[in-house]
Design a protein around this ligand. Structure first.
Ligand code: DC
Length: 226
């Protein structure tokens, strides 16, 4: 039987990781796991509980009780806190920024990484995030680092919001993206970084279809080499 790979797709905010990972998962019949959504759900819980990022004992207690579930069916992920579906709520802009800060806390990372390893170690998984190839699965079969110029990522996000009827200043989006890149790359535990053996794909000039096609080619090469 063909080996079921673990594929890591890392990269900065709004680099198209989730769209690419979802489409690639569909094409391969793999499961897609959105690890950013897990940090977002933690951020939402902290916000709801009114816990400050400095209050480490309260954060530890929150993590102990945290009932975070990722319901996966193929490439779709629903994120639940207890029985509540928070898949939409975690996409709010304030949660994006808070998730970036929350994800720098070692206690949070340890818990989330533990869950990610439990879910995906059997293979047949594509995970997107910041530290999948460097930390969560350092032995992943294929590691992709997806990136694009900040201005291009900001413009894509602006367009995505516009299509949803949300008007937001392009410069403000660019500033938020840069801030998040900085936070995610400068934290001490498992920062956003290119793994030594990752293939870097700058998609500034690529369409989604071209990206998926090129990643699919890399998957086939990886399988042939197994
Ligand atoms: O991919 P995203 O924008 O949904 O991620 C939200 C935040 O979560 C991101 O700014 C950094 C953090 N994150 C992380 O630290 N490690 C991951 N594997 C995924 C996300």
């Amino acid at each position: 039987m063909e080996k079921r790979l673990i594929i890591a797709i890392d990269g900065p905010a709004a680099s198209g990781k989730s769209t690419t990972a979802r489409l690639l998962a569909r094409r391969l019949g793999y499961v897609y796991l959105d690890t950013g959504a897990m940090y977002r759900a933690c951020a939402l819980q902290l916000l709801r509980d009114g816990i400050s990022l400095e209050d480490l004992p309260a954060i530890e207690a929150m993590l102990k009780d945290l009932d975070i579930r990722v319901e996966i069916s193929g490439e779709e992920n629903r994120i639940l806190l207890g029985t509540e579906d928070v898949s939409q709520a975690i996409r709010a802009n304030e949660i994006s920024q808070l998730a970036s800060s929350v994800s720098a806390l070692p206690a949070v990372r340890h818990r989330m990484v533990e869950l990610q390893r439990e879910m995906a170690s059997a293979g047949g998984f594509i995970l997107d995030g910041r530290d999948i190839g460097t930390y969560v699965f350092p032995n992943a079969d294929l590691k992709i680092f997806l990136t694009a110029a900040p201005e291009i990522r900001a413009h894509r996000r602006w367009l995505e919001l516009k299509n949803k009827g949300v008007e937001k200043d392009l410069d403000a989006i660019l500033a938020e993206i840069k801030e998040r890149d900085h936070n995610d790359s400068s934290r001490s535990l498992a920062p956003l970084a290119v793994a030594e053996d990752a293939i870097v794909l700058d998609n500034s000039q690529l369409t989604i279809d071209q990206q998926v096609e090129s990643l699919h080619g890399l998957v086939l090469q990886t399988l042939e080499a197994k």
